[in-house]
Write a protein that binds this ligand. Structure first.
Ligand code: PEP
Ligand code: MG
Length: 599
């Protein structure tokens, strides 16, 4: 008997739902040249010319990929990034990439991937020892470029996100944030991965862009899906390979229904975000790219509560050392914000973001507990000060706010303020205009910060609760590990108490608090957060209409009762259950979750 895939039967698989939505498309397998998987074997002198020809072909393919990406980015208005890609194209002609490599293949008599890997490693070793910003810029560019060439070398079937066909469902072992960050240049309808948890940074981007995403799926099994139609249900985690006509029609109906629900929500976007009894809330947006700013206006947000600035740098590492270009980008963003407040978060590097770029965090045993966020910035003040100079220069005449990630001790924030004064002095000497009084805020993402919320509130202008990390660090659970997602409890009583504590301390010192983790975009939490005293929410722009609709169906009085009751509950499960009951009980509740009527 033939195996099911050869009999053209439907195959059902179950993964962990990460970002909701329905996608129907054709799979594309994305793989990375994993350092441990790079083939390494000797070759004979007779094989040298063949290896060199293969190398030249990889360079040619990399050039074509880059040219296509450059054209796509320029077409979308991302001229800055497109020009960086131009630099990468030029670097492909660098003697290191051409003659030197060919000489090395002849000398070392090894396969091309192995020679290329060792040449790039040597180069990195030599230049990472210098703190010269010129070489550091070149180093980051070479790293990015070498990954691309290696991808093209290791497997001619490998496809990068830059050049996939429309309506593709991307299957990958893992997604790295720099790939998801460049998504505007592509046409992806869903992601399916083996690893990557619900609040990993790749997941946040997928949700922000409304791309369905299912994780924890065995890629070996999915190899059978090549060339077949696949349905991905990002809400349930279902993946259906080779669906029957009946299944296909069912999911097409469901997809149309979800689209209509979103369109309906959009209609109310200009209404005020206030409860039935007139209690006003402010809904800000979390943005990751310049183009997201247009979505902020589109979805009716009151400003940007969190701009994750590090995403700009993932596509363009040379930017770390380029104050002028950063200034131009930030200024452009402020202009596009049209007078709405814009909160720049200083670079939050480390953990799963850019951890391969800097020596300070290279090969850490526990990257999320290592040189991340403010810790990195206080060690690399050259990078920190470059960004601060660019931000406060760009913010001249604008409502500028700056937020600092992963603060765990008041002395870190004091050091930040001292550095800002130093930066202002430097700009004055250069006779440049700058915003002399940006509002400065601390991100509360670790328990120690919540426990000193009084001191942080007293010494800063505002606070932001980063609950994605707060849950990770309070419960000691890796937010990127899908295997542990059963233990990632956003409704944990400890987390609810921490939110309450922070709000009370901030109120005592009359400082605003914004909640900007993923729970701000989940209607399940909206009544609880309002009842705990949260007045400012910041979430991905596409969730603003649903949060607004939810708020408009609640009363402050009910929210306070809900919060009071939640504080008496003992387990995450009880709280989750109770909040679900409240949401379903509230008249006209705005949940987009499906009921039995769909499928
Ligand atoms: C958070 O930790 O809640 C947060 C908003 O920051 P990020 O998700 O970028 O780590
Ligand atoms: Mg965080």
């Amino acid at each position: 008997m033939k195996p099911p895939e050869e009999r053209n039967e439907e195959i059902y698989l179950k993964g962990a739902p990460v970002s909701e939505g329905i996608a129907i498309g054709i799979p594309i397998f994305l793989s990375y040249a994993d350092e441990d998987d790079i083939p390494d074997f000797p070759i004979s002198t007779g094989e040298v010319e063949g290896e060199i020809a293969r190398y030249r072909q990889a360079i040619l393919s990399s050039r074509e990929d880059l040219k296509k990406l450059q054209a796509d980015l320029a077409g979308e208005g991302s001229k800055e990034v497109a020009s960086i890609i131009g630099t990468h194209i030029e670097m492909l002609d660098d003697p290191l990439m051409t003659t030197h490599m060919e000489i090395k293949i002849r000398e070392m008599l090894k396969n091309t991937e192995s020679v290329f890997h060792s040449v790039i490693n040597d180069y990195e070793k030599r230049f990472s020892e210098t703190n010269d910003s010129f070489f550091n810029e070149r180093l980051s560019d070479f790293r990015d470029l070498s990954k691309r060439v290696l991808r093209n070398l290791c497997d001619s079937e490998n496809i990068s996100l830059d050049n996939i066909p429309p309506n593709s469902i991307v299957f990958a072992k893992e997604l790295i944030p720099s790939d998801t960050a460049s998504l505007q240049a592509t046409r992806i309808s869903a992601f399916v991965t083996q690893s990557g948890g619900g609040t990993s940074h790749a997941a946040l981007i997928a949700r922000a862009k409304g791309i369905p995403y299912v994780a924890s799926v065995n890629m070996e099994i999915l190899q059978n899906a090549k060339g077949k139609c696949v349905i991905v249900d990002g809400l349930t985690g279902d993946i259906i390979v080779n669906p029957s006509n009946i299944t296909l029609e069912k999911y097409e109906r469901l997809r149309n229904r979800l689209t209509k629900q979103y369109q309906q929500l959009e209609k109310d976007k200009h209404l005020a975000a206030e409860t039935l009894d007139g209690y006003p809330l402010t809904l800000y947006a979390n943005v990751n790219t310049i183009n997201d700013i247009d979505l902020v206006h589109h979805h009716g947000s009151r400003g940007i509560g969190l701009f994750r600035s590090e995403y700009l740098f993932m596509q363009d590492p040379a930017l770390f050392f380029d104050e002028e270009r950063q200034y131009l980008i930030y200024h452009q963003m402020l202009k596009r914000s049209r007078g709405l407040p814009l909160t720049f978060r200083a670079l939050d590097l480390g953990g799963d973001k850019c951890s391969d770029l800097f020596e300070e965090m290279a090969k850490e045993p526990n990257p999320v507990l290592g040189c991340r966020g403010i810790r990195f910035l206080l060690r690399r003040t050259d990078i920190f000060k470059t960004q601060l100079r660019a931000i406060i220069r760009a913010g001249y005449g604008y409502d500028l706010r700056i937020l600092f990630p992963l603060i765990s001790d008041i002395h870190e924030f004091r050091e930040v303020k001292r550095i800002i004064e130093e930066v202002k002095g430097e700009l004055s000497l250069r006779a440049l205009n700058f915003n002399n009084q940006p509002l400065l805020g601390c991100m509360l993402e670790v328990p120690s910060a919540v426990l000193i919320a009084d001191a942080l509130a007293q010494e800063s202008d505002f606070l932001a609760l980063g609950t994605n990390d707060l849950i990770q660090y309070t419960l000691g659970i890796d937010r990127s590990n899908p295997g542990m997602s059963d233990f990632y409890y956003p409704t944990h009583p400890g987390i609810i108490r921490m939110i309450k504590m922070t709000i009370l301390e901030a109120k005592r010192f009359q400082k605003p608090v914004t909640i900007c983790g993923e729970i701000a975009s989940n209607p399940l939490f909206t009544p609880l957060l309002i009842g705990l005293g949260v007045q400012n929410f910041s979430c991905a722009p596409r969730f603003i209409p649903i949060i607004k609709r939810t708020v408009r169906h609640l009363s402050l009085l009910d929210c306070c009762d809900i919060a009071e009751h939640v504080l008496t509950l003992r387990t995450s499960a009880e709280i989750a259950c109770y909040l679900a009951e409240c949401l379903h009980g509230s008249e006209g509740q705005a949940s987009l979750k499906r009921d039995a009527e769909g499928i």
